[in-house]
Design a protein around this ligand. Structure first.
Ligand code: P1T
Length: 380
């Protein structure tokens, strides 16, 4: 099946043996009656498994071209599960530009458990060779990165991680499986904040992982059940519904973001515009190769380059809502240094370009004319 068909039907066979409902029922239950101890129909307790969650997990695996899907109570809970496979003394190499909450989880939680993190720019994949050592276990990649829209060559990184027998995990939140499929490019784990494009309507917080390897799936399932950060069945239903329109929404997100990126570039009150579709984006060629389009996210700095100019612009926006998060049908504008990336020390974030005049747009699927007019009036 092709992607658009899998978005709707992937993993959804025999979804309701009782009544053949087309959408899976929301199994709002914690537990399942057993006819004798240990004799049941595959579900015992909803932390360990729930039919609605299973329907979603199969759908997520299907769109990522993977075998095993796992859903979590948030994107960070999904990342947390991956890190819980590590032991004190293990080392992780991660992209220096990444979601502030991921950075906080790495540096403020797992560092205290004896796991060491190296943050490096991975635009040149070979650079990770300089930090790989006998303790390295995992390479954590975000691409496009949040919020600087850097592009990392997943295939090139995968060649290195395979050589050194390291796990490669890719946070695919910004691109989604519609634009890029990390498992096909050699990654071992693909992670999502399903809160974003998979849910697509800004009404659910959720995370997911997809893998191909059975042993890896078993380890992650063990953590999912043992730690218990699982989503509820209503939320699973909503994300499953979201995935069914992922391809049409992403198409429009990409179209609108392209128009926004070009309009910003032409605006005299704008400094830099970060969008991987520009031919002069440093990693445009990689983006062109590994993604089928450039996504719905655009970041830019104001020409004045000050905090005040960014705040002034953000306050004037009317169609774009000033808010954290991304990937919903509505357009959002964020201020990374005071919102999503506030937990990264100023000097560290400024090294990667996350400065006070940076604004991040999650371009929604409203009429493009209204989005362009709104940006223009806010900037001029
Ligand atoms: O918020 P949560 O579902 O826990 O997902 C965390 C997360 C992980 N990875 C990436 C790339 C993300 O962007 C996020 C969440 N990001 C935001 C809330 C934001 O506004 O950037």
């Amino acid at each position: 099946m092709k992607f658009n068909t899998r978005a709707i039907h992937g993993g959804q066979q025999n979804i309701d043996p009782a009544y053949n409902s087309v959408m899976p029922p929301i199994y709002q239950t914690t537990t399942y009656a057993q006819s004798a101890p240990g004799v049941h129909k595959g579900f015992e307790y909803s932390r360990s498994g729930n039919p609605t969650r299973e329907a979603l997990e199969k759908a997520i695996a299907s769109i990522e071209n993977g075998t095993y899907g796992l859903a979590f109570g948030s994107g960070l809970a999904a990342i947390d599960a991956v890190l819980k496979m590590l032991k004190p003394g293990d080392e992780v190499i991660c992209t220096s530009d990444l979601y502030g909450g991921s950075y906080r989880l790495f540096t403020k939680v797992f560092s205290d458990f004896g796991i060491k993190f190296h943050f490096i720019g991975m635009e040149n994949a070979e650079d990770i060779e300089n930090v790989v050592n006998a303790q390295t276990r995992l390479v954590w990649v975000e691409t496009p990165t949040n919020p600087m829209m850097n592009i990392i060559d997943i295939e090139a990184i995968a060649r290195i991680t395979q050589n050194h027998r390291l796990l490669l995990a890719v946070d695919n939140t910004f691109a989604t499986a519609y634009l890029q499929r990390p498992l096909d490019l050699g990654a071992d784990i693909v992670m999502h904040s399903a809160t974003k494009y998979l849910g697509g309507h800004s009404d659910v917080v959720m995370g997911s992982l997809v893998v191909n390897d059975k042993k890896l799936a078993d380890k992650l399932y063990f953590v999912q059940n043992a730690s218990g950060a699982v989503p509820g069945p209503q939320d699973c239903f909503l994300v499953l519904r979201g995935i069914k329109t992922l391809h049409v929404r992403m198409q429009r997100h990409c179209e609108n973001a392209k128009a926004v990126a070009h309009a910003l570039k032409a605006n005299l009150n704008v400094g830099q515009v970060y969008w991987p579709g520009f031919e002069d984006h440093p990693n445009h060629e990689i983006a062109k190769r590994q993604m089928s389009d450039y996504g719905g996210m655009v970041s830019f700095t104001t020409k004045a380059g000050t905090l005040e100019s960014a705040v002034k612009t953000l306050k004037k926006l009317k169609v774009f809502t000033l808010a954290e998060s991304l990937g919903g049908v509505e357009s959002l504008a964020g201020h990374p240094t005071s919102m999503t990336h506030a937990s990264i020390p100023k000097e560290d974030r400024e090294k990667t370009g996350v400065v006070d005049s940076l604004i991040r747009l999650s371009v929604g699927i409203e009429d493009i004319d209204d989005l362009l007019t709104d940006l223009e009036q806010a900037l001029n």
